[in-house]
Design a protein. Sequence first.
Length: 563
Amino acid sequence: MKEKSLGFITKIVKHKKYWSYQNKESCRESTNITVPSQKMPVLSILVLWMLRWRAIQSVLEVLNRSQKLEACRKERNKLVNCETTTTPLRRKLKKCSKKEITSYRNNIASNMRRTKSIQNKLNEDEKNNFHFVTKKPKRRCKKSKSISDLMDLKELCKKVDRIAVLERCEPQDISVEQLSVKKRSRSRNKNHRSLMDISDIHIPDQDRKILDNMRRKREQRQHGEDLAYRINIYWEQMREEEKRLTSEQKQKWQNFISAKRNVEHGVNHIRLEELRMAFENNQRQLKEQIREKDEKVKEIKQEIEDRKTFENSLKQDIEFEKHKIASDNNFYEQMNALQHKKKLHDINLLKQKKAKELRIKSLQLNQERVTSTNRMEELRHVLQLERMQARHDDEIRRKFDECQAKERRAFQNHLDKMATRMRELAAKSLQREQHMGQVHRVARELEDGMQRWQDRVMLMQYEQLRRAKENAALYTDNKKLRAEIDNKRRVLEHSAKIQRVKEAEKERLRNIKKEIEAEEKKINRLKQKKSLEIQMGRKLALNTAELRKEIRRSTELHLCNQR
């Protein structure tokens, strides 16, 4: 047993070192892995957790088994060391007849044969089924009918009780005097005799040993059942404690996630407010520029109206001067004055043309500036959104790495604690076995049989515990997978919301572009109107020049005729 426990502990330590090295390599590899491709690391981590959990379960099962065996050995030694009261053999001869003794011996022999057959079955089952594996769990063979063996043991104990009752019974051929003697002996031995007390009966030493062994087995079985009941209660308490701890951890994690989401929501709200303020400022600037353009257009219209009034006044002056020239004789002086006015008018027209060209150039420059500023704002918005997305991805990656590192540290600490506990328990078990080595060597064969039977019962219990723990592990794994699916769904919803915000901003920019194009169309229309008005002015100037020429010709002809 010592060699088995030491070899098992060394195997577990090697297994722990191997998995710690694999965890370090997986940590190094996980730092280079990006967030989108996280399916394989999660599966590998789950597999590692399952393997480690099975190793820990096997270690705990071995430790519990060793503790139970030690407790059973102690109780057995107490029973062996207890002093048996020796009474004279004459009472047995008085109470039991020859027939009863022969039937009693036959029953004991049959019980011994049955116990030997049960022990042989248990040994065969142990050889076929008891394969304890640490690294690679293999499929265990189907066990024999353990329930039938237990039922046989129960029947055997019942038969032993019946034999004890028969020993108590009085034979029918006994006289009245013998009955009185028996009554007296019963009244004396009432206080210190039990059903299984065979000290007063004349039985061979071998039969006595068999009965003592049967009594011890029954008491040990009762003790084993009590131990199993206590272990079951302890396991249920541990499971409730684990459930409570998992619920508390889940609540903490949910609170952390809600706080993180609130912070992210606040940050996103602040960023959206900043973007909205910048967009409003841009709109305000565009409105001011459009208002300035409208004012400039109004000024141009006013100048055109002034020019029209000035031309009308010139026409009136020309007509008035024509009448005056026709009436007066100082035609040449008036013509010189008119020429001077015409020169001044031409100079004014040139100045106005230059001013128009300068205004048109300034308007074009303003339009180009507005378009460039809009493009810069669009690029800046796109860059800000990309930076926000990159920061969000970096934070998610960093938090995920931190969580993985914390889990690895916690698991490593747990393994270290388990290793220290195992060493302490191994040292204690060695000390106990050294103490137990001083116990009587007489009951070793019975101890082996009892140990096998207890191993079988404990294996059944441990298998039930293992199945329950596997179901619990599957339940926790399903919970983890559901949490991961929920997180992925939330990330997708968040990305969809960001996409909607981007589309809304694009629609706003399109509307702004449409408004700018409408304003440009208005400006082009005004330009066309101006060009038409300029052409009309030119035509009027040409017409006036032709009229002047005709007037000169007519006046020259008239003067020539007068001369």
